[in-house]
Write a protein that binds this ligand. Structure first.
Ligand code: 4GP
Length: 835
């Protein structure tokens, strides 16, 4: 076999060398030969690009070596199918993983360039909405770090999640043109393109052996072109691949139409094909039954499965062993059409019989559920589905027929159960229930936190749990400490490393050692100083970008996540108004100064969420300009919350708001990132909050609110929000302030829809939880005054958070679901980094 890396490459080669001089030379070389610029006319972006290519070069031998090793050894491989990958900027992460951060920083400094400045330049690939997409990114990081052979498969959206601007207090969406200046991290692979079919009809035929087959005659065919991004693990040589698919027209023009003079018709067809991967649907925890969305899902799933089959063929592996070679994880139901597509490929294109194909399929897939919210459970109308995927509809009918027979055997004479469990919802207009297809077609089903997995078994997927109890398991989410501690909070990371060495970065449980220093006053001082410095950084940022001065000595109280009624940003807002009212009533009140910071995007079509943003901004307007507040209260809505910005925000928090209605937040992952950075949590017994509280200790967590069970009981007993309004004067005053038009220049109607929803329905029980929340918030204010105790609580949050590393989650998946093994990749000596 020819060596992957040419043998004549030397240590000092410009594409691999890692000392300052070589890096500088390589940087100038890239500036000249790739950006076609010289320093005098270079923009900051040119410098960023030149540096990105310099770093990418140093990744490539690891990446290619990984590919070669995987090719030779043909290990069992995880295929992580996700419609979203919210990766965040690559440059800093790659520098950290390669161990090149400091040497590159120095090289840039010698050119008079600031590395931080260059890092800022990167447009982040916003190919996800929030939790689910960012989780996929953390998992891809951990897979590489743990040296697990894996591929991430997804969609290369031309426009990712919109950029958010705030105009007059309202959210305004701006197209995210993240590819405008090129993407140095991806490598297009047009030679590996595949075809994906859509629409049309099916025909039956009999082959020469008298066997019956179905052929799908599509209406259109679209090309899928893979774009590959290397994902390097932390200080490993394993660089896995993130393979994102772009849709293209099969021919650039329909020449027949063109020759007939239908120029626009032929161009239109091209753009219709390309539309499939044009834009990410900006909805989180909900879905829109749009045909294009379904087509996106099928498109990337079909490309990915065909790609896997092609790889097996290239390795001379038989498809009979598909399930031994690949473990495919379905990240929510978005890729679930894969169950039907793998069946189709095996049946129609590779001539397997049904039983064999079904056996392979059901040993291949595992399904993760991310939400219990009914509005987020995907279902596709039969008509729409059948018009795009006539063959898959047949296959799904057949799967359903056989599945219902099984149900009948296990639960005879239970017609209601059959109706409830059927993959086809026949209660009105007929729909395909994708979660049901996922449960039937997978060998494992998991929720993302203990409570969530329990609730799945008890409620949403209860029938499936009774049918297949052995399939159900829990994998509590985790997040990568590389990006969310080492990269985003270097001050804290350095302090920790100084105390306990650096093995915590890949073994987060090691943080426990910090408990030894709990009463070491020097350490506590340093720990506190780190927090103050980081808060000062954020304060500077806010002053520069918002022209608002905030006091780093005030308590930084942060709620950063998608805006959603169940996440209850408006409960937080009610507390702010309560504090405001108290100070207005008693201007000399002794309050703990607080800065309330919010960040998060609302789905563009989610009116109530947008109104919540407007409410927060309107409160900020009044509070920040009221001299009575005397800097004791500040409110800021930080626009365009994304991964890059999140990295600034988590480290600066004193208090993390995790206040969803119990039973609604599947897990949460922001809660983990805040706690890892020493914020204390104020939260309900929801999602992973419960497990966080368990490990950090209940005395280091501010708990309030109803439990999931109490929420259900309250609703069952006939919940009436007016009872709370009428009996709680502070709550009444807060709500009346809003309804009087006090925050809306006298307009009593602006926030009426929000207030009506609270007073007449209050689906998420804000009013029921209000008193408990404000009492808890008052305890927080009190606790913050005891600085030493607060610091200790904060240290304990960091020290005990080890469980929530995504490395632990991935180990759980590896051992309990995927059954894959690590495979170490070796690279030549010269490219090993030194720092
Ligand atoms: C989110 C859940 O809302 C969140 O609780 C969870 O931590 C995250 O997935 C990852 O598991 N769901 C979504 C979504 O982002 O789009 O459904």
């Amino acid at each position: 076999m020819v060596s992957i890396v040419p043998n004549n490459i030397q240590i000092e080669d410009d594409r691999t060398g890692i000392n300052v001089e070589t890096l500088k030379r390589a940087f100038l070389d890239n500036l000249f030969y790739i950006q076609a610029k010289f320093p005098k006319i270079s923009t900051k972006n040119d410098y960023y690009m030149a540096l990105a290519y310099t770093v990418r070069d140093r990744l490539l031998n690891r990446w290619l070596q990984t590919t070669q090793t995987y090719l030779e050894k043909a290990p069992r491989t995880v295929a992580y199918l996700s419609a979203e990958f919210l990766m965040g900027p690559h440059l800093g992460n790659n520098l950290m993983n390669l161990g090149l951060y400091n040497v590159v920083k120095q090289a840039m400094e010698e050119f008079g360039l600031g590395l931080t400045d260059l890092l800022e330049q990167e447009e982040e690939p916003g190919l996800g909405n929030g939790g689910l997409g960012r989780l996929a990114a953390c998992y891809i990081d951990s897979l590489a770090t743990l040296e697990i052979p894996a591929i991430g498969y997804g969609i290369r959206y031309e426009y990712g999640i919109f950029d958010q601007e705030i105009k007059n207090g309202w959210q305004v969406e701006i197209t995210d043109k993240w590819l405008r200046y090129g993407n140095p991290w991806e490598v297009p692979r047009p030679e590996a393109e595949l075809e994906v079919k859509f629409g049309g009809h099916t025909e039956n035929y009999t082959d020469e052996h008298g066997r019956y087959h179905v052929q799908w005659i599509p209406f259109k065919v679209v090309k899928g072109v893979p774009y590959d991004t290397p994902i390097l693990g932390f200080q490993t040589n394993n660089a896995n691949t993130l393979r994102l698919w772009k849709a293209e027209a099969p021919e650039s023009f329909d020449f027949e139409a063109f020759n007939k003079g239908d120029y626009f018709g032929s161009v239109q067809e091209k753009s219709e094909c390309e539309n499939i991967t044009k834009v990410l649907y900006p909805n989180d925890d909900s879905y829109q039954g749009k045909q294009l969305r379904l087509e996106q899902q099928f498109f990337f799933v079909s490309c990915s499965l065909q790609d896997m089959i092609r790889m097996m063929k290239a390795q001379n592996l038989t498809l009979e062993r598909f399930h031994e070679h690949f473990a495919i994880q379905l990240n929510d139901t978005h890729p679930t059409i894969a169950v039907a597509e793998l069946m189709r490929l095996l049946l129609d294109e590779h001539q397997f019989d049904w039983d064999k194909a079904w056996n392979i399929t059901t040993k291949t897939f595992a399904y993760t559920n991310h939400t219990l919210l009914p509005e987020a459970l995907e279902r596709w109308s039969i008509n729409m589905f059948g018009s795009s995927f006539p063959r898959h509809l047949q296959i799904i009918y057949e799967i359903n027929l056989r599945f219902l027979d099984e149900v009948r055997i296990k639960f005879p004479d239970d017609g209601n159960r059959l109706r409830r469990m059927s993959i086809i919802d026949e209660s009105g207009e007929r729909y395909i229930r994708m979660a049901h297809l996922a449960c039937v077609g997978s060998f494992a089903i998991n929720g993302v936190a203990e409570l969530h997995s329990e609730l799945l078994k008890k409620t949403t997927l209860h029938d499936f749990y009774e049918m297949y109890p052995e399939k159900f398991t829990n994998v509590t989410n985790g997040v990568t400490p590389r990006r969310f501690m080492v990269l985003s909070n270097p001050r804290l990371a350095n302090l920790i490393t100084k105390k306990i060495g650096d093995s915590w970065v890949t073994n987060l449980d090691e943080l426990r050692k910090l408990e030894t220093f709990l009463y070491d006053s020097d350490f506590c001082k340093e720990f506190h100083q780190v927090k103050q410095d980081v808060k000062q950084d954020l304060a500077n940022y806010i002053r520069t970008n918002y022209n608002i001065t905030i006091d780093p000595n005030s308590l930084f109280d942060i709620q950063a996540k998608r805006i959603h009624e169940y996440k209850r940003q408006h409960l937080n807002a009610l507390y702010i108004i309560t504090l405001y009212n108290r100070i207005k009533a008693n201007p000399n009140l002794d309050v703990t100064p607080r800065t309330f910071l919010f960040g998060g995007k609302a789905a563009p079509g989610y009116y109530m969420a947008k109104l919540i943003i407007k409410l927060i901004n309107s409160i900020a307007d009044v509070v920040n300009h009221d001299p009575d507040m005397r800097d004791r209260l500040k409110v800021i809505f930080l626009k365009d919350y994304n991964v890059k910005f999140a990295q600034r925000v988590y480290p600066a928090a004193d208090l993390s708001e995790q206040i969803s209605t119990a039973g609604k937040e599947a897990s949460g992952t922001g809660n983990m990132k805040f706690s890892m950075n020493g914020a204390l949590t104020i939260g309900t017994l929801d999602g992973a909050n419960i497990e966080i509280r368990e490990v950090v200790g209940e005395e280091n967590f501010f708990l309030f609110g109803l439990t999931a069970e109490e929420v259900l009981q309250k609703k069952a007993a006939g919940y009436n929000p007016w009872d709370y309004y009428n009996s709680n004067p502070e709550l009444k005053l807060a709500i009346d302030r809003i309804s009087s038009g006090f925050f809306s220049h006298g307009d009593p109607n602006l926030f009426k829809p929000l207030l009506d929803s609270l007073l007449y329905r209050d689906q998420y029980l804000l009013l029921a939880d209000y008193q408990s929340y404000i009492e808890c918030q008052d305890r927080v204010s009190q606790a913050y005054r005891d600085r030493e105790q607060w610091i200790r609580m904060s240290i304990l949050n960091v020290a005990r958070i080890g469980k929530f590393s995504s490395d632990r989650s991935i180990r759980d998946y590896v051992q309990n679901i995927w059954k894959v093994s690590a495979l170490k990749v070796e690279v030549p000596e010269y490219s090993q980094s030194t720092n």
